[in-house]
Design a protein. Structure first.
Length: 236
């Protein structure tokens, strides 16, 4: 339990955290009971370890404890919606407790310096043309590295990973500096000094998803957001 500055509009007084990872031997509801009895006006429940079904029952009991004391109850650490992506050549696997709705997809190509010669007409041939180059991959997701390794294997070589970057702008900066090459979206503008070659046979395509916890997509606020995302993607 700790105290935090109260946000504007919150009740004055003690703001307490009820965390299931602190003193885990004490049940979450019992922690909340002690916190409310101690005079907390805002009770924030942090639940990273408690199973979903058990947590819902515990939250109902905690709200029932907080209401007579006129304490505000907040819950966090339960993400309702995540926007994620993978590549067709490096498909992601989703936990059985998650539900993924496809959104949009985009073609990606080979980003190289404008001075680099590459005459191949297929992805395998283009990769073979630049087999001596260092590769720049994503530092936060392994999807593009898996794609690069797959196509390089088809071309008969193992790619040399030279840099890991966390933004496409940095990837282009490294390409301009002559420090490597990498995958970039075909339909996005490039910096002077960088060109993107389309890839085919195989095509490299990024796919995006709206991911929710299974059974939560019917919750009205979340259903509205999902409907807007899906309708925007379909052009409605």
């Amino acid at each position: 339990m700790s105290t935090l500055p109260q946000p504007v509009g919150f009740p004055g007084g003690l703001y307490a955290l009820c965390d299931d990872s602190v003193r885990p031997e004490i049940p979450l509801v019992e922690k909340a009971r002690q916190i409310v009895a101690g005079g907390a006006r805002v009770l924030q429940v942090r639940a990273k370890r408690t199973p979903e079904r058990e947590l819902i029952a515990a939250l109902r009991a905690i709200v029932a404890l907080a209401r007579p004391a006129r304490a505000l109850c907040l819950v966090n650490d339960r993400v309702d919606l995540a926007l994620t992506y993978d590549f067709e050549l490096a498909p992601a696997s989703f936990d059985a407790g998650l539900q993924a709705a496809p959104l949009w997809s985009a073609a990606w190509g080979l980003g190289i310096p404008v001075s680099t010669e590459a005459a191949g007409t297929t992805a395998v041939q283009l990769f073979s043309d630049v087999r001596q180059a260092n590769w720049i991959v994503n530092s936060r997701n392994e999807g593009d590295e898996q794609v690069i390794r797959t196509i390089a294997s088809m071309a008969g070589f193992e790619p040399r990973i030279g840099h890991r970057a966390d933004s496409l702008e940095l990837v282009q900066d490294l390409i301009i500096a002559g420090l490597g090459i990498g995958l970039l979206p075909v339909d996005q503008p490039t910096a002077p000094g960088v060109r993107v070659l389309p890839l085919a046979d195989p095509e490299v395509r990024l796919r995006s998803y709206a991911v929710t916890r299974r059974g939560r997509s019917s919750w009205p606020p979340l259903a509205l957001v999902l409907r807007l995302l899906l309708s925007k993607d379909s052009g409605e």
